[in-house]
Design a protein around this ligand. Structure first.
Ligand code: 13P
Ligand code: SF4
Length: 308
């Protein structure tokens, strides 16, 4: 039996589903029960009947699944799979920051810790952030955390002024504008697709700005075009599968890496082997203290209700 087959057999035995983000390794996505962006993963986690949820993604995604399923087993195969946005918005610093804005509504990106979520009024993902911010009554004073690039883009889209926390995604903030300009010269008809975690000058130049699933839908809807893709390279697999005639050019980064493209080091930690070990040894189990779980679930539910 191959390792992939063993993983599937173990998942069946354990009444487990494997929920994978688009940025995961191909071999991990191939054994998953569900693949999606962070909003779709949360919606799936909220409705699955399975007793165990194995999250092939990063910690905040597993924590989101655990908030929605306090009585179930939620496993994060790679405990070190973090996120630069969540780790640069520490709970104690955030609490001190919020003391300056006691009357503000706190809108928090799902890429954050449970503790930070618990201090928030409503959460959002990149797929529904515009909808969430626009749903607040006009003139509501808003704090937005932790991604300042997404925050600035939302300010432009919604016309709302927001107080922004200052953190960035180390992958999306690193795409090279100079290299993308050079590619635009070489492929004048290419359309630039960018995730809203990218820097403002790149978002201004982009033809489409959106969540991972929004960018995938753009390629599927216009399958004969050329695209410069400024988001994590994992999504190229689904783009190639669903639009085989599209020409896809991964946007280069300022900091060259082995694949010369945008790879999230945390997303790529999960392997077939770590999935197998997670299922055999039931690890790492995500446990959230009850009071914290209830506090953090409120803004998460509010987001899910809003974007239904
Ligand atoms: P999505 O909400 O588009 O899945 O993005 C999550 C993420 O971590 C982007 O870097
Ligand atoms: Fe976090 Fe960026 Fe990785 Fe997404 S790509 S998980 S925002 S570090």
């Amino acid at each position: 039996m191959s390792r992939a087959q063993r993983v599937r057999a173990l998942a069946r035995e354990r009444d487990a589903v494997i929920i994978a983000h688009y940025y995961q390794r191909s071999e991990v996505k191939e054994v998953a029960d569900f693949i999606g962006d962070s909003l779709a993963m949360a919606n799936y986690a909220a409705t699955t009947q399975a007793g165990t949820l194995v999250v092939a993604g990063v910690r905040f995604m597993a924590e989101t699944a655990a908030l929605l399923n306090p009585a179930k087993t939620v496993l994060l195969p790679e405990p070190e799979a973090g996120c630069s946005l969540a780790s640069n918005c520490e709970a104690d610093r955030f609490a001190a920051f919020l003391q300056q804005y006691p009357h503000h509504t706190v809108v928090t990106y799902i890429n954050s810790s449970v503790e930070v979520k618990a201090m928030s009024h409503v959460l959002c993902t990149s797929a529904n952030a515009e909808q969430v911010v626009s749903s607040l009554p006009e003139n509501t004073p808003i704090v937005f955390a932790p991604d300042r690039h997404l925050g600035r883009w939302l300010e432009q889209r919604t016309g709302r002024h927001m107080v922004l926390w200052d953190a960035v995604c180390e992958v999306h903030a690193d795409f090279s504008l100079a290299e993308i300009d050079r590619l635009k010269g070489a492929y004048p008809s290419a359309r630039v697709l960018a995730h809203p975690e990218c820097e403002a000058p790149l978002l201004e130049l982009a033809d489409v700005v959106g969540s991972t699933s929004r960018l995938l839908a753009e390629v599927v809807d216009h399958p004969d075009e050329t695209y410069i893709v400024a988001t994590e390279e994992g999504i190229l697999k689904e783009m190639r599968q669903q639009a085989p005639f599209a020409k896809l050019i991964p946007a280069p980064q300022n900091t060259p890496n082995a694949c010369a493209c945008g790879e999230c080091p945390y997303m790529k930690l999960t392997t077939l082997e770590s999935l197998e070990q997670a299922l055999i040894h039931e690890r790492e189990t995500i446990r959230i203290p009850t009071e914290l779980q209830q506090q953090a679930l409120r803004p998460l539910r509010r987001m899910l209700d809003l974007s239904r």
